[in-house]
Write a protein that binds this ligand. Structure first.
Ligand code: ZN
Length: 384
């Protein structure tokens, strides 16, 4: 039976959520474990973890569909939920931060008014939901679906589930992904596993003009595809991943140096781009081409299991990820991975928190947002 390794991933606000969630919630989700395991734990009441310790993927509390209907019976209830996630101490002006706020204005959509600014605002203002006519309940359901689907949700599925157009669903999904933007946090202390994967179609499926354009040289591994590098910190269980321009040493090592503390242990495969890592890190590698996958604690198996889920999402749900939006898809899978230890409610709260202080709009060159044909443009608000 696998044992849970505590994960050090604790975004500031959720440190308390983790503690709160653990002490009161019996194990709920058996995550593929035997029934015996969960029954023993809940019946004997021995599930309590030391304070602050993550509940782990096998013990986190899910949210059933019945719970979901109870939680969001109406749009107003969903609005209250968003307010509680965004402003636990009561509504604050997204512009000046004041809590001198009137709740219950006569405005049709803006229920708050900031007295110092004399401006109306709603729960959506100053977040990725700003400017959206989609109701709070639909947003909450979309966040639930994306959070609880390990392989992602397609825009066609969301379009049918929510009763919005596919284009609206696609835009909603990109905004939710944007909430998971990977922030520069503390450098990983290691040991870390580093591996890269390739996203894109196979050369044999390409039309000849495209194949001629994108396949260079002998068309080896990853040719014509986009490289994504992933780094997993074994100490905290956190992953950082991003698309890079090439598999060259400069591109790959630059990401490692931005993410991992010097002198940390770094485990990779035999890719020659990693050869010079020994200059700044304790670098060890396994030679996959020689069928060596594990040498003591030197392996890249856990980052490869992240790629495995990412690839299942790519092939099974999305079928295509354009290089232009690839970072957002990577953020989605990494975001879900990094909040795995949390209960579903806390995971959803984390998404709402990530939505604040950002905006994503279409750059159409035309004033009307109703003609979303242009490029997605990220606008980060200063009021955060
Ligand atoms: Zn204000």
């Amino acid at each position: 039976m696998p044992t849970f390794t505590p994960c050090g991933f604790t975004p500031p606000r959720l440190e308390s959520a983790l503690t709160r969630g653990n002490s009161v919630t019996p194990p709920h989700h058996n995550g593929g474990m035997t029934q015996q395991f969960t029954t023993d734990q809940s019946d004997t009441g021995q599930a309590s973890e030391p304070p602050g310790r993550a509940p782990g993927r096998y013990k986190r509390k899910g949210l059933t569909l019945a719970d979901l209907f109870d939680l969001f019976p109406s749009d107003a209830a969903a609005d209250e939920w968003f307010i509680a996630q965004r402003w636990p101490g009561g509504a604050r002006c997204p512009r000046c931060g004041s809590d001198n706020v009137l709740d219950g204005t006569s405005h049709r959509t803006m229920r708050f008014r900031c007295r110092p600014c004399n401006r109306f605002f709603s729960t959506k203002s100053g977040s990725l939901m700003e400017g959206s006519k989609i109701g709070y309940r639909e947003w909450a359901l979309a966040i639930y679906l994306v959070t609880t689907s390990p392989k992602g949700v397609s825009s066609m599925k969301l379009h049918r589930d929510l009763g919005v157009t596919q284009r609206t669903a696609w835009f909603m999904l990109h905004r939710i992904r944007d909430a998971w933007t990977q922030r520069q946090g503390e450098l990983f202390e290691g040991p870390v596993e580093v591996d890269e994967t390739f996203i894109g179609g196979r050369a044999k499926n390409m039309r000849y003009p495209r194949r001629k354009r994108v396949i260079k040289g002998t068309g080896g591994v990853g040719s014509g595809k986009v490289t994504v590098i992933g780094i997993k910190d074994r100490a905290t269980g956190r992953v950082v991943a991003r698309p890079v321009a090439s598999t060259s040493r400069a591109d790959l090592v630059a990401v490692i140096e931005e993410t991992v503390k010097p002198e940390a242990s770094v485990f990779t495969d035999e890719n020659s781009s990693y050869r010079r890592l020994y200059m700044n890190y304790r670098h060890r590698s396994v030679v996959h081409s020689g069928h060596v996958y594990v040498k003591g604690d030197v392996h890249v198996n856990t980052i490869e299991s992240c790629w495995s889920l990412f690839k299942r999402g790519y092939h099974g749900t999305y079928h295509h990820m354009s290089p232009k939006h690839l970072q957002r898809y990577v953020d989605e899978f990494v975001g879900r991975h990094n909040c795995r230890p949390l209960d579903t409610r806390d995971q959803m709260g984390l998404v709402v928190e990530g939505m604040v202080g950002k905006r994503l709009t279409y750059e159409t060159g035309r004033p009307s947002p109703l003609a979303p044909r242009g490029r997605l443009r990220r606008v980060t608000l200063s009021s955060g």
